[in-house]
Design a protein around this ligand. Structure first.
Ligand code: COA
Length: 162
């Protein structure tokens, strides 16, 4: 599955599924009412961040990932990443391909490890996917996320060395 660096021209294709995922309120601690402009600046990162898109043979954007140092300065050798796949394209391997790409890219960029700071405990698909890519849950912040139907659920910190 081709994965390439995103450009501002990709944003109109990313925004509809970004918006759908964030307004669903089940997987990201993002403001569901955030403006499109705010969303674009949050997702399309300047260096040293990177944003990529996974595309179909016909160029359709299927999903996107952003990667960045998890902290600044003395914490900048640990990478972090975020992922969104168009719900219409779920379950066909896009998330796995983006995850593998992010790990490979972080390794090549010289990061020591990758950390996800806030994986919603009830997001079983994501938790299973990250575990299968070698991440472990190193801790869970209890009741840190207010799920629209499940109430307060935990946020996992997930980590793997590179
Ligand atoms: C999580 C997400 C990135 C997964 O992307 P995807 O393209 O649907 O995932 P894939 O098709 O690559 O499936 C990956 C794995 O998910 C797991 N999975 C798939 N369907 C599942 C289900 N219904 N229940 C539990 N796990 C499931 C499997 O482990 C699968 O592995 P496999 O390749 O062995 O079958 C995507 O659903 C998404 O963008 N969700 C909303 C935003 C989000 O949750 N982002 C991650 C925040 S941490």
């Amino acid at each position: 599955m081709p994965i390439r660096d995103a450009t501002t021209d990709d944003w109109p294709a990313i925004w509809p599924f970004f918006h759908a995922i964030v307004t669903a309120g089940e997987t990201y601690a993002y403001d569901p009412d955030m403006s499109e402009e705010r969303a674009r600046s949050l997702w399309l990162l300047p260096p040293p961040g990177r944003t990529v898109v996974a595309v179909d043979d016909d160029g359709t954007v299927l999903g996107s990932a952003k990667m960045n140092p998890n902290q600044m300065g003395p914490g900048a050798h640990i990478a972090s990443a975020s992922f969104m796949v168009d719900p219409a394209q779920a379950g066909r391997g896009v998330g796995r391909a983006l995850g593998e790409h992010a790990l490979d890219r972080a390794r090549r960029d010289g990061y020591h490890a990758m950390q996800f700071n806030a994986v919603v405990q009830s997001n079983t698909r994501a938790v299973a996917l990250w575990r299968s890519l070698g991440f472990e849950v190193i801790g869970t912040v209890p009741e840190a996320f207010r799920h629209p139907t499940k109430g307060y659920v935990g946020l996992h910190v997930m980590y793997r060395r590179l």
